[in-house]
Design a protein around this ligand. Structure first.
Ligand code: R5P
Length: 310
């Protein structure tokens, strides 16, 4: 087995290699003066089972192109099998046509990765599970829920905890966490009653006096999260903490979270945390290296990956 990484998340790639007890493969990924990407794999991969770790996070297009070019270089070097390990799969939110004459970019990205030469994909908390079907190669979608549940158990008195989905679309994910923690579930329902009027947040469930745990797959601008936190506190919640897999945190999101009433935002390291994230007083990062490392181990050994979640 050989593991290589692009530039998106070397810290996670190194942690995965530590878990697997293998060195990170030697490769250079650099830019020509005009920003074209140039990749050089600096060790023999002929006949090897190769894993390329790269999140397609900000700057999304550069990181996607790095992934495609790395896969191409490895394929042309006669690797036996190439698995694209994509801890955060960017473009996943464009998984359907929101209107006429719009693209389904998640499908296009899946086609590009396959066409570049990937034989398998390993990813985590896809925005929509159906995106697995956009690939005609085997695709494993892992879940961060066991890692999040373990952290909750270590940090909270479960007798007063309630799990909250910040929107109706996230109920399945929230239910999975609530089931693991044996906790009650509530839902924040965002509704725009009339066009042009601002959205009203209705809380479905009694959250008064509860320590609320919001769970979601992505925090991007932080709007969904901070609005949901406000609605919960208005409805009598004692505290609101958020557990969110992918900390996209674009633009002023970190400032929005630090100045919000959120007790804590816990994210994972699928996207390499910026300095602002690392120094934020109410943001904590937990690692997915063990989960991804074990899934890589099992893929290489042709063992079950789904049994990781039994
Ligand atoms: C939406 O369906 C996702 O699950 C997240 O709730 C959304 O992407 C969060 O975005 P933002 O932080 O910009 O509100």
């Amino acid at each position: 087995m050989k593991v290589f990484a692009g530039n998106s998340n070397r810290l996670l790639a190194e942690a995965i290699c530590n878990y697997l007890n293998v060195p990170l493969g030697r490769a250079t990924v650099r830019r020509f003066a005009d920003q074209e990407i140039f990749v050089e794999i600096q060790e023999n991969v002929r006949g090897e089972d190769v894993f390329v770790v790269q999140s397609t996070s900000f700057p999304t297009n550069d990181h996607l192109m790095e992934l495609l070019i790395m896969i191409d270089a490895i394929r042309r070097s006669s690797a036996r099998r190439i698995t694209a390990v994509i801890p955060y799969f960017g473009y996943a939110r464009q998984d359907r046509k929101p209107g006429p004459r719009t693209p389904i970019s998640a499908k296009l990205v899946a086609n590009l990765i396959t066409e570049a030469g990937a034989d398998r994909v390993l990813t985590l908390d896809l925005h929509a599970g159906q995106i697995q079907g956009f690939f005609d190669i085997p695709t494993d979608n892992l879940y961060a829920v066991p890692i999040l549940a373990r952290d909750v158990k270590e940090s909270y008195n479960l007798s007063n905890v309630m799990v909250i989905s910040p929107d109706v679309g996230g109920v399945v994910r929230a239910r999975a966490l609530a089931k693991r923690l044996d906790c009650m579930l509530a839902i924040v329902d965002k509704r725009r009653e009339r066009p042009g009027e601002s959205e009203v947040m209705n809380v479905i469930g009694d959250v008064s006096g509860k320590d609320c745990l919001l769970i979601d797959d992505i925090v991007d601008s932080g709007g969904t999260l901070c609005n949901a936190a406000e609605a919960l506190l208005k409805n009598g919640a004692t505290s609101v903490t958020a557990y969110i897999t992918h900390g996209v945190l674009s633009g002023g999101a970190v400032a929005r979270v630090t100045s919000s009433s959120l007790k804590e935002l816990v994210i994972t390291d699928t996207i390499q945390p910026t300095t602002a994230v690392q120094t934020a007083h109410n943001i904590r990062v937990i690692t997915t290296a063990g989960l991804l490392g074990e899934a890589i181990n099992r893929t290489a050994a042709e063992e079950s990956v789904s049994s990781l979640f039994d």
